[in-house]
Ligand binder design. Structure first.
Ligand code: HEC
Length: 171
């Protein structure tokens, strides 16, 4: 081999060697960093395992059993309440804002707004009639009031509370 070739080979292998060195340094740094950062724990993992290991049924016995039973009943009650519209709330304003205001807020489709002049004649029909009309729906001269404002998941008590709230505002 001539001298130039030897020189080239020397330089070339030096460059390759440096690149390998850099690569090794990067690998080592990556490993160090990876070890330093704790792995992200799945927040639901424990719950999932608990659910999987949970016994199918349970017997409540003694004082601890009574407490556990009460807790289980409370949890079941809360789960059921979340199926009911507005979590079972009987706050008239909340339900009005969420459901009824779509029509009664603007008077859309002939719906009476909270203006007292829209309500004197209706209040004269008696609160029982207004409650029934709101729960079962009502076709009047002004338009169609859908049953429970079109939200069947409202309980009768919720609708009654909302009607009472609306009438209170319109007095
Ligand atoms: C899709 C529109 C619409 C929605 C939503 C709606 N209403 Fe009505 N509501 C009407 C209309 C229209 C009337 C007027 C009917 C008539 O007298 O002709 C009315 C009338 C009423 C009346 C008077 C009934 C009577 O006998 O005079 C009450 C009370 C009432 N609504 C309560 C509610 C409540 C409570 C909600 C919410 C849970 C609600 N409405 C949601 C359209 C609506």
């Amino acid at each position: 081999m001539i001298r130039e070739d030897l020189n080239f080979l020397k330089r070339f292998s030096m460059v390759i060697g440096m690149l390998v060195g850099v690569a090794v340094i990067l690998i080592v740094m990556a490993m160090v960093v990876q070890r330093a950062v704790p792995p992200e724990a799945d927040p639901n993992a424990a719950t999932r395992i608990e659910q999987r290991l949970k016994p199918v049924g349970a017997v409540y016995a003694g004082a601890t059993g009574a407490a556990a039973k009460a807790a289980a009943e409370e949890a079941a009650r809360q789960a059921a309440a979340s199926q009911v519209a507005f979590g079972g709330s009987t706050d008239g304003q909340t339900i009005y804002d969420g459901v009824c205001a779509a029509c009664h807020g603007t008077g859309a489709g002939g719906a009476p707004t909270l203006d007292p002049s829209h309500w004197t004649a209706r209040i004269a029909k008696g609160m029982d009639t207004l409650h029934t009309h709101a729960i079962e729906g009502f076709q009047g001269e002004a338009g169609l009031m859908p049953a429970k404002g079109g939200m069947p998941s409202l309980t009768d008590e919720q609708v009654i509370a909302t009607v009472d709230w609306m009438v209170e505002q319109a007095r």
